[in-house]
Design a binder for this molecule. Structure first.
Ligand code: ATP
Ligand code: MG
Length: 393
């Protein structure tokens, strides 16, 4: 798959940019703050409908947007994408209220028709890598869950739906528990338990779907991570495991990890464990178990990569993970995702830079690489990629 055209209007620092992108990709160079990361961010946004960099989507709209024409602040991002199922035009429009920074309306369009975000997600498939991604190893579990969710939603369009349903049910259940806590309702109260049971069933249903999908994708990822890490980490073995936020599910996965009815086993276990945790949930006023507590443990030779890996090993571990993500997307969807490498070589030694570029050049994939230093990307392995120079201030 590849992107052949991109148009940015009022996005980040871009007033207007419209350009063709060659099928092989681009080397994007420009000094600091020239808009390299924002360019890749626009593609990530079209692929997933979300940007991991923002706290509110208002940040994506150019400062002063709309002022010249007396319009509300707005931004428009669109791209032409070539997939195995034909060509598509993807577009996201953001409109902000001039009065308030907190309200941004987002419209997703596929081939000119307004669609739900879940429909747009995954039409374009990307894997992004930047040096900050080392956070995935050392940072909090929420970062790893988010990364996994971004990957799975590009593979399976129902996943985002299950996730958002789960989130809604969880919010309802937590609201109820808070109210019980506030009113001093006993965990033995039959009407309270009956009310809660309705949400328990829903939680177990959607939660099991999420966990089963996470298990499937992590199993595929682990196989590829082992392959890449053998090459990158000089025969040290890297591995991934899902540590479930539901008691006893880890054991279930070890025993019946490849059972065809795994999802229903998880659902039963989750429902049973919700019952066991009821007293604790009443006391805390919050749901204490579930996939919202999942984590992904990364190990090197069976030891925690976060605790024992050197900084360089952690960085290479993340590269192995990203290359594996691209392989898994291909394996499960048949499409080779576009690779967005933001300043990826800046912290690699010569040996690993050469190895990485050779591996990437070997695949028939679209590559978009950035660097603030022209010479970093001035290499023979990248000679087939055109250079785009961005002007700084
Ligand atoms: N909403 C916005 N409106 C206008 N400018 C913005 C907006 N958001 C960010 N910027 C500015 O855009 C510039 C480009 O940011 P970006 O992160 O894309 O640069 P970069 O080329 O990746 O830089 P670096 O080499 O430092 O990583 C920054 O100066 C930033 O302050
Ligand atoms: Mg940048």
């Amino acid at each position: 798959m590849h992107v052949s055209k991109i148009t940015l209007d009022q996005f980040r620092r871009y007033d207007h940019l419209g350009m063709d992108i060659p099928e092989a990709g681009l080397r994007i160079v420009g000094r600091n703050a020239s808009g390299k990361t924002s360019f890749l961010e626009a593609l990530l946004l079209l692929a997933t409908t979300k940007s991991p960099r923002v706290s509110t989507e208002r940040e994506l709209i150019r400062w002063g947007s709309g002022v010249d024409y007396g319009l509300q602040p707005y931004a428009r991002i669109s791209a032409r994408v070539h997939t195995a199922n034909g060509e598509h035009t993807l577009e996201i429009r953001l409109e902000a209220s001039a009065a308030s920074d907190s309200v941004t309306r987002k419209t997703c369009l596929l081939d000119g028709k307004s669609v739900r975000a879940a429909t747009l997600v995954g039409v374009l498939k990307v894997v992004e890598f930047s040096p900050e991604d080392v956070q995935l190893v050392t940072g909090p579990p929420a970062d790893r869950r988010r990364q996994l969710d971004i990957l799975i939603s590009q593979i399976d369009r129902h996943y985002m739906q299950s996730s958002s349903r789960y989130q809604k049910v969880l919010t309802q259940r937590n609201g109820l528990l808070k109210a019980f806590q506030r009113d001093g309702v006993s965990w033995r109260s039959i009407p309270a338990v009956e009310q809660l049971s309705f949400w328990d069933d829903e939680l177990a249903l959607h939660g099991a779907r999420i966990v089963a999908k996470r298990v499937e994708v992590i199993t595929a990822l682990t196989e590829r991570v082992q392959h890449w890490s053998r090459e990158l980490l000089r025969d040290h073995q890297m591995s991934l495991t899902l540590t479930s936020g539901i008691p006893h599910v880890d054991r279930l996965l070890t025993v019946r990890g490849d059972a065809p009815d795994l999802e229903s086993h998880i659902r039963d276990t989750f429902a049973r464990e919700l019952e066991s945790a009821r007293q604790e949930d009443f006391r805390r006023g919050v749901t204490s178990i579930g996939p919202q507590r999942d984590d992904i443990t990364m190990t090197i030779d069976d030891r925690s990569l976060a605790a024992y890996g050197s900084r360089g090993q952690q960085r290479l571990g993340v590269i192995a993970l990203k290359l594996s993500e691209a392989d898994v997307i291909r394996q499960l969807t048949g499409e080779l995702p576009v690779l967005l490498l933001d300043d990826a070589l800046s912290e690699l030694d010569e040996h690993h830079s050469a190895w990485l570029l050779e591996s990437l050049a070997a695949g028939d994939r679209q590559l978009l690489l950035t660097s603030a230093v022209d010479s970093t990307l001035d290499r023979s392995e990248l000679a087939h990629l055109e250079v785009m120079s961005l002007e700084g201030d």
